[in-house]
Design a protein. Structure first.
Length: 127
């Protein structure tokens, strides 16, 4: 099963995501902000990063841009409280597999993770 890093500043949402991911069998690590997320990626690079865009300090796009330099194979799922076309475009440019808007249903997250796992398999399969 894939490893997932959750980068989310809201402790309630972070814990909920951690619990759901663990129930689905993922190996889960969590970080409360972008800087902690980058440190976690250095310690244990994740297959998938579930990243909140709107965080104090450095936002999720900042995190994704820096993470991409060191972990280009990590699939990114962006999470946000606001649907913003410009943010979606930027997230896609940074390689986000999916972009989900809060509040989201458990099944929406699972579908995004399934797409992320597919991307990982496609990037590691020989052509």
């Amino acid at each position: 099963m894939a490893s997932v890093l959750v980068v989310e500043d809201d402790p309630v949402v972070r814990e909920l995501l951690r619990r759901w991911l663990a129930e689905w069998g993922f190996v889960v690590d969590v970080a409360e902000d972008a800087m902690s997320g980058l440190q976690a990626m250095i310690r244990h690079p994740a297959d998938i990063a579930v990243v909140d865009i709107g965080m104090p300090g450095h936002n999720g796009l900042w995190f994704a841009e820096r993470m991409r330099a060191d972990s280009p194979r990590t699939a990114i799922v962006m999470v946000t409280g606001a649907a913003d076309v410009e943010m979606v475009m930027k997230a896609r440019q940074l390689g986000a597999v999916d972009y989900i808007v809060k509040p989201f249903k458990r099944e929406m997250l699972k579908q995004a993770l399934d797409r992320a796992e597919l991307k990982i398999r496609q990037s590691t399969d020989p052509a």
